[in-house]
Design a binder for this molecule. Structure first.
Ligand code: GDG
Length: 501
């Protein structure tokens, strides 16, 4: 095949809908997220391909076409579907990636589970992805690989196709050497990543951590550093760095390491926020609240998102401020992403138990302090919640970026609303005008939420205006362009905090 751009991403870039026995490929219902932006690059290359996996009982005879040609608003491109069995998906994704890598990437050593990892299967699946990408790529093509479950793809791909330009983006944090080196496969992973032309991360801290981990095991030289621009260096964020490497030398090959924060589609969210339906829905939600204040918390059900610590803080708020009882409500949207995994089921039941206890302790017939929502709400409803909330309370213990914080601010076309944001979310380095809080400190958590509830309108509007400027400038397109341009090498060198676009 001969694609000039190959994107390797775990999900297929559309929804498959069965219409009377015929499969139709449709745009995702909500064009929110990174997939539409990635697809938009296909319009700029002569031909493009997307590589993803699709589950089957028998990979030799999968019951679906390996390769389909798609034509949509983004142009024409091919989607190559790698058939994997349930056992392979469980082993490489649910066990190796989610039980072993995910806790280490987020700094939770105590949750790391080494025993069930089947490394040969992880290698085999990554090899298969690399083979498909190598098959799709034209001479000198760009291959953009996404996320840690495909860590070994760049190394295999480089062996198969030395001519390619390979870029890799991490959607999670990248931990320091002390944490990363818990993984017994660390050297193999690192050598694969160092086979890239560009390795991308959300923020400079993850770049710095990656470089320190690389240098802890391999003779990697830092050949260039740069100062981090103030737009990516919020003063009070625990994740802020002052300067950062941007070029490495390993085995006589240059590697670009590049921080580019994933952003949101500001225009799309603005449009959704401004529809009469969203405004009506937001007004209804507000009317239900009466004079009370609405706190909103949204995130996948995951121990990294800090849901339990947040509910504890809310309980303390009601305990120490009896006057707030009946006057404040927390809407906690926590949606399990993967139903099959015990670790997530346990968190969900912990959240339910705790919310039940707080409601039992403080609730009355006409006021329940917590509404826990465990099913995915349509994106348009989510935007109505964002619009109706007085405070978005986003306090992960660790988070690569956190797009919910950005979506909340993009939805606030009214210029009001308070964002309380964990300083351990990557977004905090850009969003220093939020009320930054430390979720590991009860005092910091409690005072931030009290300050948010008490904040006057002028301060709310000043902070929101600053936040909206940042997320509008560094939006999803900025992220994708910034990562792509890094492949251009020295001539196209970008600063770590680029000029507004
Ligand atoms: C990973 C990294 C990084 C949530 N509930 C509902 C719903 N959502 C949508 C939000 C948002 C997305 O899910 C969550 O994105 P986050 O960035 O907050 O978090 P992760 O899923 O953990 O994503 C993260 C990201 O990758 C990108 O690189 O920022 O750090 O962990 O878009 O809107 N959407 C709908 N209903 C819900 O109930 N429709």
């Amino acid at each position: 095949m001969s694609s000039n751009l190959v994107i390797v991403y775990h999900r297929q870039p559309y929804e498959e809908v069965d219409v009377n026995g015929t499969i139709e490929f449709r745009e995702n219902k909500s064009p929110n997220g990174i997939v539409p932006t990635l697809k938009s690059f296909f319009g700029r290359f002569d031909s493009g391909a997307w590589v993803a996996w699709k589950e089957t009982e028998d990979p030799a005879n999968p019951g679906f076409e390996h390769r389909v040609e798609i034509e949509d608003d983004h142009g024409a491109y091919a989607v190559s579907r790698l058939p994997l069995t349930r056992e392979q998906v469980k082993s490489f994704y649910e066990v190796s990636s989610k039980e072993a890598f995910w806790p280490i990437l987020h700094g939770f050593k105590e949750r790391y589970n080494y025993d069930p990892v089947d490394w040969p299967t992880f290698r085999e699946v990554n090899w298969a992805f690399a083979e498909v990408a190598a098959h799709e790529a034209a001479e000198g093509a760009v291959v953009w690989v996404h996320d840690y479950n495909l860590w070994l793809v760049p190394g295999y791909l480089r062996r198969m196709r030395p001519d390619l330009k390979i870029s890799f983006f991490h959607h999670t944090p990248f931990p320091s050497a002390d944490m990363f080196n818990v993984l017994p496969w660390r050297k193999e992973i690192m050598e694969s990543l160092l086979a890239c032309d560009v390795v991308g991360f959300h923020i400079p801290r993850y770049v710095a951590n990656f470089v320190s981990a690389a240098r802890s095991m391999l003779d990697v030289e830092v050949t260039a550093r740069q100062k981090v621009d103030k737009d990516f260096a919020a003063e009070f964020s625990a994740l802020t760095e002052v300067s950062v490497p941007y070029e490495l030398l390993f085995n006589e090959k240059k590697i670009r390491v590049q921080a580019s924060p994933v952003g949101i589609d500001f225009g799309y969210i603005t449009d959704v926020a401004n529809t009469p339906e969203t405004q009506t829905r937001a007004r209804e939600i507000r009317a239900d609240m009466g004079e009370g204040k609405l706190l909103l918390s949204v995130g996948r059900t995951d121990y990294t998102k800090g849901g339990i610590d947040q509910l504890e803080s809310f309980e303390r708020l009601l305990e120490t401020n009896p006057d707030m009882r009946g006057k404040v409500r927390l809407m906690h949207v926590s949606v399990p992403a993967n139903q099959n995994m015990t670790v997530y089921e346990n968190i969900q039941s912990d959240l339910e138990q705790m919310a039940g206890r707080i409601n039992g302790r403080f609730g009355s017939l006409d006021w329940q302090p917590i509404a826990l929502i465990s099913r995915a709400v349509p994106f348009t409803d989510l935007v109505a919640f964002y619009r109706a909330a007085d405070v978005a309370w986003i306090t992960p213990l660790a988070d690569g970026m956190n797009l919910v914080a950005k979506e909340f601010c993009a939805s606030r076309t009214d210029g009001d609303g308070v964002l309380v944001l964990s300083e351990f979310a990557g977004a905090a380095v850009e969003m220093g005008s939020a009320l930054l809080t430390n979720p590991f400190s009860n005092k910091s958590m409690d005072s931030a939420i009290e300050q948010a509830l008490a904040m006057g309108e002028a301060e709310r509007r000043d902070r929101m205006a600053a936040l909206r400027r940042v997320i509008q400038t560094y939006d999803i397109r900025f992220w994708a362009e910034h990562q792509m341009q890094a492949l251009g090498g020295d001539e196209a060198r970008l600063t770590t905090l680029p000029a507004a676009v």
